[in-house]
Design a protein. Structure first.
Length: 134
């Protein structure tokens, strides 16, 4: 086998591939780029939701222990939401009291702009606490 014949076989394989490897690579990079773009758009609302969720749980425990009124709880939750960059209206917050328990339910929607499509991401959190001190 001469060095020239091995070169001919190798170059023949590249010539017969018809650019399939290049197309697959470009498609994979484009798909990865789209996934990164969507993740970048969705990360801030998700982290804001998680921060709000932990703060609302702490507020529910405090409100139950200190016998706070519904109006003061709603006011504090709206303040916490502003601090976490979440737009909440007073209508998004529902407070129920039953059998020595305080239950807080929050539902809100965040619009996610994906350039060609606008998606509304709906968040819901529920937390409860016992009313009174242990």
């Amino acid at each position: 086998m001469t060095p020239q014949s091995s070169r001919t076989r190798f170059s023949g394989r590249i010539h017969n591939s018809c650019g399939k490897a290049n197309f697959g690579c470009i498609f994979s990079i484009a798909l990865l780029g789209m996934a990164i773009f969507v993740a970048i758009r969705m990360a801030p609302p998700w982290f804001s939701y998680k921060g709000l969720e932990s703060d609302v749980k702490a507020e529910a425990a405090r409100a139950g222990a200190h016998f706070l009124t519904d109006e003061s709880i709603v006011k504090e939750i709206v303040y916490i939401a502003e601090k976490n960059d979440v737009r909440l209206a007073k209508d998004d917050i529902e407070i129920r009291r039953f059998a020595d328990q305080l239950e807080i339910t929050i539902q809100y929607t965040v619009p996610i702009d994906l350039l060609v499509y606008q998606w509304n991401w709906e968040f819901e959190m529920k937390t409860s606490s016992y009313v009174g001190r242990l």
